[in-house]
Design a protein around this ligand. Structure first.
Ligand code: IPE
Ligand code: IPE
Ligand code: MG
Length: 248
């Protein structure tokens, strides 16, 4: 919880904290298995944690929160788990849309929509449209997202622009390529958190996290709390980000 400033009655937020936090929400399956339950039980418990973390963002000075919900590699799971996850995404949007809107959350989705079913894609479009005027927290949900897939799709669109004669190959630099990424309107993440003890990126925000700080924690995603989020975000302020330079 941020400290309340007695004069203005507004929450004091640290201005040196991360503006954009990205989370690899991992460990739902193991959380369920430990309880002798099916993996989908863990996914449902995981989805319920999102609201509290989104709500914690303004107090922590976090303007952008990006969460990894489904990777381009997650299709390799059993048909039953994939179908259950897709049903969960639809239900999540249907149940949470109103609340997200009322809490001033702007929702965006990143990832390739082509493989997602029409009903889910229209719910995603509607939620983006509904919340387009919000600015309190920017929540980005990575759904059928893969970093390599995103860069490949961006390269393809860039190549198309060149083929059409609207761009020259000489215009292709990091800044131009970034404009073709799904995240083009977002700042790069400052901090990436992964739960469940795995210390890997699993294809998440490869380009954007070039200079992000990483925090790998053992907590399984359904056990992740606002308190732990606040502790990690608070500890970020002590890190010395040099971006390749030497401090004077
Ligand atoms: C993360 O939890 C959620 C998704 C990848 C959809 P997992 O399902 O990967 O949980 P574990 O890693 O098997 O415990
Ligand atoms: C990463 O978790 C993807 C999401 C959290 C959505 P995975 O569980 O799919 O990653 P791996 O397979 O352990 O690398
Ligand atoms: Mg996992």
């Amino acid at each position: 919880m941020g400290q309340v400033d007695q004069k203005t009655m507004t929450n004091k937020v640290p201005d040196h904290g991360p503006k954009h936090v990205a989370i690899i929400m991992d460990g739902n399956g193991r959380w369920a298995q430990m309880r002798g339950k099916p993996r989908l039980f863990g996914h449902h418990a995981g989805a319920k944690r999102i609201r509290e973390i989104v709500e914690a963002c303004p107090d922590q000075g976090v303007k952008y929160l990006t969460i990894f919900a489904f990777s381009t590699e997650n299709w390799k799971r059993t048909q039953a788990e994939v179908a259950g996850l897709m049903r969960l995404f639809r239900a999540y949007i249907q149940h949470e849309a109103r609340d997200l809107f009322q809490r001033g959350v702007r929702v965006r989705f990143i990832g390739d929509r082509i493989k997602l079913d029409d009903k889910l894609v229209s719910l995603m479009d509607e939620l983006e449209l509904l919340t387009a005027g919000n600015d309190r927290v920017h929540l980005t949900i990575a759904l059928n997202y893969g970093g390599r897939d995103e860069v490949t799709r961006a390269a393809q669109r860039l190549a198309y622009e060149i083929e059409m004669g609207r761009l020259s190959y000489k215009d292709v630099d990091a800044e131009t390529l970034a404009k073709f990424l799904d995240t083009h309107v977002l700042p790069d993440p400052d901090l990436v958190i992964r739960t469940s003890g795995e210390a890997r990126i699993s294809n998440f925000l490869l380009w954007q996290s070039a200079y992000a700080e990483y925090e790998f924690i053992d907590t399984l995603w359904p056990d992740f709390t606002e308190a732990e989020f606040a502790r990690i975000v608070g500890a970020y302020g002590t890190r010395d980000r040099r971006f390749g330079a030497v401090k004077a």
